[in-house]
Design a protein around this ligand. Structure first.
Ligand code: 5GP
Ligand code: ZN
Length: 112
């Protein structure tokens, strides 16, 4: 499958990897939109929360909990924002579920 995030997960495409476990990776976004802009990417390929299984939901809860534990070491102690773009109206450009994690500075009050 020609999925850039699957290739990054397999190590076929380089990335700035910040964290990895059996369920997910956290990397720096290649085109940051905040002082700190990371991507939390579950390892299993599916397009979005619209396409997730019950097991994916279990895994995602573990991923988010782990993110909560990593905030200080990721430089997000002052707070952050999590966003996941879904589909065309959401401007999703990579069809492999991922969460943008933005922080390191005071963010805009506007969400969209
Ligand atoms: P989306 O638009 O799907 O919500 O977000 C995709 C994100 O992936 C974008 O913020 C884009 O900058 C990032 N991205 C796309 N290709 C790569 C890549 O090869 N490496 C990294 N680190 N980020 C990427
Ligand atoms: Zn993928």
């Amino acid at each position: 499958m020609d999925c850039i995030f699957c290739k990054i997960i397999k190590g076929e495409v380089p990335s700035s990897l910040l964290y990895e476990d059996e369920y997910m990776i956290i990397i720096k976004d290649i085109s940051p939109q905040a002082d700190k802009h990371y991507l939390l990417i579950p390892k299993r390929h599916y397009q979005s929360i619209v396409h997730m299984s019950g097991y994916d939901a279990f895994v995602l809860a573990k991923c988010l909990r782990k993110l909560g534990e990593l905030t200080e070491e990721l430089g997000l102690g002052g707070g952050f924002r999590i966003a996941s773009n879904v589909g065309e109206n959401g401007c999703q450009s990579v069809p492999h579920l991922h969460f943008h994690i933005l922080g390191g500075e005071k963010l805009s009050e506007k969400m969209g």
